[in-house]
Design a protein around this ligand. Structure first.
Ligand code: 8YV
Length: 325
């Protein structure tokens, strides 16, 4: 039987159908494979279901002469050398849409937790410090009626913007290009980058990582933001310079931050861990049970289609089709 390698353990029954025709080798357990384990485990595979933590580069692909598809279980795929895959005739797919609303929910959870100091307040109660209510206790700031700035108005940014209607917020956004459909759907108004920084009370970063977005937020940008502002990142860690964010937060250049992603995961810049005005999560944007199951089902479907000689729905390198025999 031909081999399909899956680099993580997933909930649900997504592999049952595949097992009838292929040998499915999963990396089981609560961690991901090391580089050596990955290169060894994938040997002989014709398809790999990867996570965004697996580096799928030239070295990886050169070890797999029969590889037909890399089905990346995540919407982001910056971990895959797509150009090299295309040259090698390897299809690359991702799992968009199914995780959009789940990730937008988490952006809001981060924003609300940071604005209303939810994590600090929870710790306060658990420590046994709640002895007496006081009018100055743990004062946060309103979300209702404020200005939300979205950096990266793709699917997740649009879903986050849509939620703002219930909070009477004005929404502005910055994106590589105007997104007229999102404007119609959410009432968001395009702003240039300096305007986004200056006007927003909350900024949600939901863009992919690329040459234009890498390191886009640093001290220079934080200095242009309101001292009361809060920044949330559910996109990719390297869009924000973590060391400079920690500096801006401790000097109160901005008020707070909510991060789900980090510059060099799973490491977190140590100064951030010491700050009270940050909410730090371990990359759980799409981590609801329902969504994780839908993601892996979508990743499996791509493998089935590709190996069955059909075009997978979420092919990120359609140019490869001319080369696949
Ligand atoms: C995933 C993500 O949890 O989809 C993405 O790009 O960052 C997350 O939703 C994770 O990447 C799984 O591979």
């Amino acid at each position: 039987m031909k081999k399909i390698y899956v680099s993580a353990q997933y909930p649900g029954e997504a592999f049952e159908r595949l097992r009838k025709e292929y040998r499915v080798q999963e990396f089981l357990g609560e961690r991901l494979p090391t580089r050596a384990e990955l290169l060894e485990g994938t040997a002989g595979s014709i398809a790999v279901i990867s996570t965004v933590s697996d580096k799928i580069d030239k070295e990886f692909m050169d070890l797999l002469p029969d590889l037909k598809i890399v089905s990346n279980c995540g919407v982001g795929y910056e971990n895959v050398d797509v150009a090299y895959a295309t040259g090698r005739g390897v299809m690359v797919t991702n799992t968009p849409d199914v995780l959009t609303e789940t990730t937008a929910d988490l952006a809001w959870a981060l924003m609300m937790s940071a604005a209303r100091r939810v994590i600090e307040a929870d710790a306060y109660v658990r420590r046994g410090d709640f002895k007496c209510w006081h009018p100055s206790l743990l004062l946060g700031q309103n979300i209702y009626g404020k200005t939300l700035g979205i950096f990266g108005m793709g699917r997740i940014g649009t879903a986050a913007a849509r939620r703002a209607a219930g909070f009477g917020m004005r929404v502005i956004y910055n994106n590589r290009r105007r997104n007229v459909r999102a404007e119609k759907e959410t009432g968001a108004v395009y702003a240039d980058f300096p305007e986004l920084l200056k006007e927003s009370d909350f900024i949600i970063v939901s863009s992919p990582l690329n040459d234009e977005t890498r390191g886009r937020f640093g001290l220079r940008e934080f200095r242009q933001m309101k001292p009361s502002s809060i920044i949330v990142n559910v996109g990719r860690g390297p869009i924000i310079k973590e060391r400079e964010l920690a500096e801006a937060l401790s000097a109160r250049i901005i008020c707070g931050a909510g991060l789900d992603v980090y510059e060099s995961e799973p490491d977190v810049y140590p100064e951030l861990l010491k700050l009270k005005n940050t909410v730090l999560l371990p990359h759980i944007g799409s981590a609801s049970a329902e969504t994780r199951i839908r993601m892996i089902e979508m990743a499996v479907e791509s493998v089935e289609l590709a190996l069955g000689g059909e075009t997978p729905k979420h092919l990120v390198n359609p140019e490869v089709l001319g080369q696949v025999g």
